[in-house]
Design a protein around this ligand. Structure first.
Ligand code: PLP
Length: 366
């Protein structure tokens, strides 16, 4: 059986360093807000190319804290609108609605599956405060057009970088450093994954970083002094230590993903299966390898029979979820098409070319 992603194999790639890092924290007697957080935050900020990285409990919180901080800083207010891709994981949208902000869904392009820059301007009005782009599937979703629109209309550009750690633009900048602030998830299955939940915010804005740090620690500005009603959303020392080890191998791990993706790109030749438009290398870290197929469920079944796992990202788009019933009447046909026809093939740093060859063989025989 070829699994979709074996986290056991992913962790094994960097043993014994991961276990050494965990033991170091276990034996230190210091489990929160210590040296491990400090080191990881400094290393991650340097890696992404921002002046600040602030660790927090998970990727959803990272995004929630960015919008909440802008509200506390007086830059946004409940009722303001945020433009967001309709084709994304639900967390992007929940970070907006959690803050009483209003998501304005914009369709993706059919070839890239990422937000369509041509459709953004028509959705801007006097209540629009931000554009939140998502580097979905590990692909860079930033374009000069989007950057220009945000500048022209004075909108914040927020990045959801949960799926794209290490991804770069054509000119070499890392995703997560392109806008005003970025939310990162270190959920175990992500390209940079912890051994549990973890997240971070990156930004060049010192006061935003300080506000996020405070909000994620009860809203405290110094011990027992509370400026905001925050929450406990801290990154723990064990996760920070593990993440710092894995960060040093992230580019190498992403190159392994690219090898598998290149193999799929050049060997899948079944006309029933559509591959996303290629984006040259630094701009894709292949968190997922999505394909489109008219007979998607039959393809998944065919792969399963061949001993190959696959997953759908995502079977129900945010606007069709029960929790967002107020948006269920929206017409977002491209997003709905993707939800009905997308299938993600196995990809990860621990998959071999031999396994990829089996996947290709099964796909081409469908
Ligand atoms: C995983 C993910 C998140 C949320 O991250 P968690 O750490 O699971 O809270 C947000 N946005 C996207 C696009 C994701 O894939």
């Amino acid at each position: 059986m070829i699994p979709f992603l074996s986290l056991k194999d992913v962790t094994a790639l960097h043993e014994p360093l991961i276990t050494e890092a965990v033991s170091r924290v276990v034996n230190s007697g210091w489990y929160l807000q210590g040296q491990e957080n400090e080191r990881f935050e400094a290393d991650y900020a340097a890696y992404i190319g921002t002046s600040h990285a602030v660790g927090c409990a998970n990727g959803l919180d990272a995004l929630i804290w960015i919008f909440r901080a802008y509200i506390e800083m007086g830059e946004m207010a409940p009722g303001d609108e945020v433009i967001v891709p309709a084709n994304t994981f639900i967390a992007t949208v929940m970070a907006i609605t959690e803050n009483g902000l209003v998501p304005v869904f914009v369709e993706p392009r059919r070839d890239t599956l990422e937000i369509d820059g041509d459709l953004i301007e028509a959705r801007i009005n006097s209540r629009t405060k931000a554009v939140c782009i998502v580097h979905l599937y590990g692909r860079n979703a930033y374009t000069e057009q989007i950057g220009r629109i945000c500048k022209e209309y004075g909108l914040k550009l927020i990045e959801d970088n949960a799926q794209a750690h290490g991804c770069r633009t054509a000119d070499g900048r890392r995703t997560g450093s392109l806008g005003d602030a970025a939310g990162h998830s270190f959920y175990p299955g992500k390209n940079l994954g912890a051994l549990g939940d973890a997240g971070a915010v990156t930004t060049n804005d010192a006061s935003l970083a300080e506000t996020v740090r405070s909000l994620a620690n009860y809203g405290s500005t110094r011990k027992y002094i509370f400026k905001y009603c925050g929450r406990n959303s801290r990154l723990d020392e064990i996760q920070a230590a593990v993440l710092d080890v894995k960060l040093s191998f992230l580019d190498e791990d992403n190159d392994r993903r690219r090898n598998i993706a290149h193999y799929y790109n050049t060997h899948i030749n079944n006309p029933a299966v559509t591959l996303p438009a290629l984006l040259p290398d630094p701009q894709n870290v292949y968190h997922l390898y999505p394909v489109l197929c008219e007979r998607r469920d039959a393809l998944a079944e065919h792969l399963k029979t061949a001993g190959i796992a696959s997953l759908i990202h995502y079977p129900v788009p945010p606007h069709k979820q029960e929790c967002y019933s107020e948006y269920s009447g929206l017409s977002l046909p491209v997003t709905e098409y993707i939800a009905a026809h997308e299938l993600s093939l196995p990809i990860g740093p621990a998959i071999s070319i031999e396994e990829a060859a089996q996947v290709v063989e099964a796909i081409n025989a469908f």
